[in-house]
Write a new protein. Structure first.
Length: 307
């Protein structure tokens, strides 16, 4: 989350009125993340999160907000959008589509334990199962086609070493066949800063704006690459996940390549921000080299799926 678009108090007061959230008390920008403008809003004595969507088309926005409403109704602790009396989840504010969400309790963890990873695995399985009956999902916006297109567009801007590693990985991924893997709605971005914890329990899953239909294994690879610094935590992640969803042999075979695909996806996203920066009042820039190095390590030392 970042602040690219500033909001005035009077226009926010008027925008809030149809939601029935109460009078505006205060609001402040949130400096975290990379894609949208976010504010904490206190209204009617309650804290909310306001998001202004910087680049999403209406069809995409309708999908993301309906998905969060669906998941929340199925017991997933995610921010739930507040609707107007006529059922609209978003309206224009400061020239951008915007939505108001419930603000979940808890805080992130920087050094997750095996217990954190086990609980996260359980939650990811619950999310995959809850999304199974969501109608007409959009594809993963940063899926295989995006990775290939974005990577080849970025290649000329990189150093010779980066360019060589990137093009080699794009060729490797284009040769993979993931068609036998179970598919469904994936979160796509479940990093440590997108999960909240309170009193030792997982209290919130945030930021669904990279969600979409893809191989469920891709979601596990995204989580493993950020949460699981050792074999013990990786084992705990899969123990939690398998407690609720049985995995198939094709997923075991595809795991080393899928971990590379997930590392590639975040390397590319952060390279885009580095080479095509967007102006904003408060903007978070994350280092792409972390995922470039992780991808290199996964190429040199692939790891099998924990049993």
């Amino acid at each position: 989350m970042s602040v690219y678009t500033t909001v005035g108090r009077d226009e926010l007061t008027a925008w809030l009125a149809p939601l029935g959230a109460g009078g505006l008390d205060d609001f402040a920008g949130i400096a975290a993340g990379m894609q949208n403008s976010n504010y904490f809003v206190t209204a009617g004595g309650r804290r909310w999160v306001l998001t202004l969507f910087e680049h999403l088309a209406p069809r995409e926005l309708d999908f993301y907000l309906a998905l969060q409403d669906h998941l929340a109704a199925h017991g997933i602790p995610c921010p739930r959008p507040l609707a107007t009396g006529d059922g609209h989840f978003w309206r224009v504010l400061a020239g951008k589509p915007a939505a108001l969400f419930t603000c979940l309790p808890g805080a992130g963890v920087e050094a997750p334990t095996s217990d954190h990873c086990r609980m996260l695995g359980e939650m990811l399985a619950r999310l995959h199962l809850a999304g199974a009956d969501f109608p007409s999902p959009l594809p993963n916006p940063c899926g295989a086609a995006w990775r290939d297109t974005a990577g080849r567009a970025l290649a000329p801007l990189l150093t010779a070493d980066e360019r060589g590693r990137l093009l080699a990985e794009l060729d490797f991924q284009s040769a993979q066949d993931y068609s036998a893997l179970p598919r469904g709605i994936v979160h796509g971005d479940l990093f440590r800063d997108n999960a909240l914890w309170q009193d030792g329990s997982l209290s919130g899953v945030l930021d669904f704006y990279f969600a979409g239909e893809d191989s469920l294994l891709f979601d596990l690879a995204v989580v493993a690459n950020d949460w699981c610094a050792d074999a013990q935590r990786l084992q705990a992640l899969f123990a939690g996940y398998r407690a609720l969803r049985q995995m198939v042999p094709a997923e075991e075979a595809a795991w080393p390549a899928m971990r590379r695909a997930a590392a590639l996806r975040f390397w590319l996203l952060r390279l885009e921000v580095r080479h095509y920066p967007r102006p904003g009042a408060v903007v978070t820039i994350k280092d792409p080299d972390h995922f470039g190095s992780l991808l290199q390590r996964l190429c040199l030392a692939p790891e099998r799926l924990p049993r």
